[in-house]
Design a protein around this ligand. Structure first.
Ligand SMILES: O=C(O)CCC(=O)C(=O)O
Ligand SMILES: [Fe+2]
Length: 352
């Protein structure tokens, strides 16, 4: 019986894995290449491939040396990887494989990363781009001593009186108010409530664009939106930015690696669509979010300690479910890899 990517776990190694991931072809007869010793290369040597729209694959300089398993976690997005130890440096070929897997699945959970240090996490993140501290200074006042500043400690633990609790229970893509919003976000579960509490949901914004009704697609294909920090600036807002940002981005965003298009919207940053009133903007934003976050288009991640989840902000939105109780601490280490200025390369209005 043949097995397909969408139905089974794959033993992944080397070039073969990428062919499988790209095409979804049968993997029955494929086998991994012979392992070669771990090459002690720094992942800092890897160059991001974000500057090209080409779909051509790069042949790796060397075969991958570690066998690991990739298993889709749902039909529309997300996969888990078991068998990798991210405290170890990555070879070029392993980086290329992981980059392809993220490009396909958009959300990838590396299980069992209990030993990962903040420094390991920074090194891993920086394979995709510089890991900078939060550009708007979020949570800078409560940053714990001894942890590098470019690792944000997300202690959105529920406080008894709710004061000081930072919440992310809104559908958003990270820092879209910046001129160059972060590309990948990386969240390492240090301490989490029992699985099922404090989940994070992810929506596939490429699928959201593809399934948008034609009239709506025509309407937004060439629209731009103002993304700013006004959502956080009212009374009782918990997020404390040290400065504001405001930038205009296309509503449809082309992925620099895969060339796929995604609906690029964010519930906490879009204040207005260009050419629409505030009221019409709010209505349209809600309509697009409702479409994108239909249950069929969402993966819900149940956290386990040691999970390291990477998501691509260019093509997903996420929502941190705020349902856990006082006394259920939740501590995450968060890093981000810098991204490019969002751009749109649609051939014609309504094109996919
Ligand atoms: O805590 C979470 O699950 C996600 C929080 C969030 O929105 C983020 O880290 O960007
Ligand atoms: Fe976020």
């Amino acid at each position: 019986m043949s097995t397909r990517l969408s139905q089974t776990s794959l033993q992944v190694c080397g070039q073969i894995s990428r062919r499988v991931l790209r095409s979804g072809i049968s993997v029955e007869s494929l086998s991994c290449r012979t392992a070669s010793p771990l090459q002690n290369r720094s992942i800092f040597q890897h160059k991001s491939k974000m500057s090209t729209l080409s779909l051509n694959e790069t042949v790796p300089a060397e075969p991958s040396h570690v066998a690991y398993q990739v298993t889709p976690l749902g039909p529309v997005l997300a996969a888990e990887i078991v068998g990798l130890d991210l405290t170890q440096p990555m070879s070029d070929s392993l980086f290329n494989e992981l980059d392809d897997i993220i490009g396909e699945h958009l959300v990838v959970c590396f299980r069992g990363q209990h030993a990962l240090s903040p420094e390991n996490q920074i090194r891993f993140t920086e394979a995709w781009g510089p890991a900078e501290p939060h550009p708007l200074g979020s949570r800078v006042d409560s940053h714990p001593a001894g942890i590098p500043r470019n690792v944000m400690v997300v202690q959105n633990t529920m406080k008894k009186n709710k004061i000081g609790t930072v919440r992310n229970d809104i559908w958003h893509t990270d820092l879209s108010c910046m001129e160059r919003p972060v590309g990948l976000s990386v969240l390492h579960a240090k301490e989490v409530p029992p699985p099922g509490w404090g989940d994070t949901m992810f929506a596939n914004m490429q699928a959201a664009w593809q399934t948008l009704p034609p009239m709506l697609r025509q309407k937004v294909a060439w629209m731009n939106a103002v993304h700013d920090t006004s959502h956080f600036e009212g009374a009782n807002r918990k997020e404390n930015f040290t400065r504001s940002a405001s930038n205009v981005h296309p509503v449809v965003r082309t992925h620099p690696k895969t060339g796929r298009h995604a609906l690029y919207i964010s519930g906490n940053f879009i204040s207005q669509f260009e050419g629409l009133t505030k009221d019409d903007s709010a209505h349209l934003l809600q309509q697009l979010i409702d479409h994108a976050t239909a249950p069929e288009n969402v993966y819900r991640h149940r956290w386990h300690p040691g999970d390291l989840v990477v998501w691509d902000n260019r093509a997903t939105m996420h929502y941190a479910v705020f349902d856990y109780l006082p006394g259920q601490p939740r501590t995450m280490h968060r890093t981000t890899a810098a991204g490019e200025r969002p751009f749109r390369r649609l051939a014609e209005a309504g094109a996919t």
